[in-house]
Design a binder for this molecule. Structure first.
Ligand SMILES: *Cc1c(COP(=O)(O)O)cnc(C)c1O
Length: 396
């Protein structure tokens, strides 16, 4: 086996193989499998000529290190992108992507189902810098054409939507946006490029909160933004100007998580769908928000565009007093209550989109819960929830 895979042989490999082999060069690391953690600010140049003309791959720790390159090269390959930046959180990757795409005087369209901190950045920083933002119905599809203005420079999509899980017709929205030269930015955290190849589907800049499935351990904050050939230069320039560089240890942990991501995601997806069906059959449940279910309004788009599901979905309970929901959740043994997701442990949060939706009305018909299904035994998770539903009924 050659210690350095030949670049021209990469195309023939499947996504899981690429996740294992991409961005590694054991030949350059004395045979060690992983790229080590390069910490550093200063990079020394051997000669006057070299420093004067900035010769060499590395110039300064904020812009690139071999550890950073390992992750960005691997992600670029996986996402089918022209290049990738890595930042200290998913949200910072989103903010760099947005700042790369819009300027003062521009108009930006954002799905009403976007991750809430994305909205806060648009309504706060972008508005302050003279960008007009309009929120749109996530299910608008090609109808987005009616919302485009002459100065619309970017459209932000997220599928399925944060918390509410609406599917979006990304190719249809991208076709409209591209017809007038607008940039399509996608928050692809739920699917990762393994389940939704963003750039093949018309996305110009795809953002991943690596905090979720890349980490897989709830022990890491990191973000990635990959871009096609048209948008990588402005994305990279914006990154260089802002310098939101991730720490070397965190990049190393992201690489470590990435190698096993395909396997974990397959399991999260399989068990997630099993649990979604289990919830559907419960008498206490009104509706399950999971695009992998045939009853879901977004199922056809999901089937057409996605290669699978991850482990995050929503459950709407039949109306019960808030105290009954509290009794159910407070006694759970295996489901932790906390934000973020994508780790090995199961999580649940109560949620309500009412306070921040502006383009659409959120009226689910009962209390809403978001579940992240971890890697525990399904029977144990179901027994824990069974007892939870018994507490819910007793308190109703
Ligand atoms: C968690 C999350 C983010 C932000 O990631 P952080 O690393 O926590 O900043 C962005 N988008 C979605 C959909 C998320 O779930």
């Amino acid at each position: 086996m050659s210690l350095t895979p030949k670049p021209e042989s990469k195309e023939k490999f499947g996504a899981a193989t690429r996740l294992v082999h991409a961005g590694r060069d054991p030949g350059a690391q004395h045979g060690f499998v992983n790229t080590p953690i390069y910490r550093g600010s200063t990079v020394l140049y051997p000669t006057y000529d070299a420093i004067k003309h900035r010769r060499g791959r590395y110039n300064y720790g904020t812009s690139a290190t071999p550890t950073m390159d390992s992750l960005t090269e691997a992600w670029t390959e996986l996402a089918g992108a022209a290049g990738t930046i890595v930042t200290p959180s998913g949200l910072s990757a989103l903010t760099v992507a947005l700042m790369a795409a819009v300027s003062a005087g521009d108009h930006l369209l954002v799905t009403d189902s976007a991750y809430r901190p994305t909205r806060q950045f648009c309504d706060g920083v972008l508005a302050r810098f003279g960008v007009a933002v309009t929120y749109y119905d996530p299910t608008v599809g090609a109808g987005i054409a009616e919302l485009m203005r002459p100065n619309t420079k970017a459209v932000l999509v997220e599928a399925p939507g944060s918390q509410s899980f609406e599917m979006q017709d990304v190719p249809a929205i991208a076709a409209v946006a591209h017809a007038q030269g607008a940039c399509v930015i996608m928050d692809n955290t739920w699917a990762t490029p393994l389940l939704f190849p963003p750039h093949e589907r018309g996305v110009d800049i795809a953002v991943e909160a690596g905090t979720k499935y890349l980490s897989g351990g709830s022990d890491l904050l990191i973000g990635l933004a990959s871009a096609n050939a048209a948008y990588y230069p402005p994305l990279r320039r914006t990154f260089d100007h802002l310098a939101p560089c991730a720490g070397a240890e965190d990049i190393f942990l992201a690489l470590r998580g990435m190698r096993t991501m395909a396997l974990r995601l397959r399991e999260h997806g399989r068990v997630g769908l099993e649990m979604a069906r289990w919830f559907q059959a419960r008498p206490e449940v009104l509706r399950v928000l999971h695009p992998g279910l045939p009853e879901d309004p977004g199922h056809d788009i999901w089937k057409r565009d996605f290669a699978g599901a991850s482990g995050l979905f929503g459950v709407i309970l039949k109306p019960v007093p808030e105290a009954a929901v509290a009794a159910m959740l407070d006694g759970l043994e295996l489901f932790g209550m906390g934000f973020s997701w994508g780790g090995f442990e199961s999580l649940v949060i109560p949620f309500d989109c009412t306070p921040y939706r502006t383009a659409t009305r959120w009226a689910p018909g009962g209390p809403a819960l978001r579940f992240h299904i971890g890697l525990e035994d399904v029977a144990d998770l179901q027994a824990d929830l069974d007892a939870g539903f018994a507490r819910l009924r007793a308190a109703s």
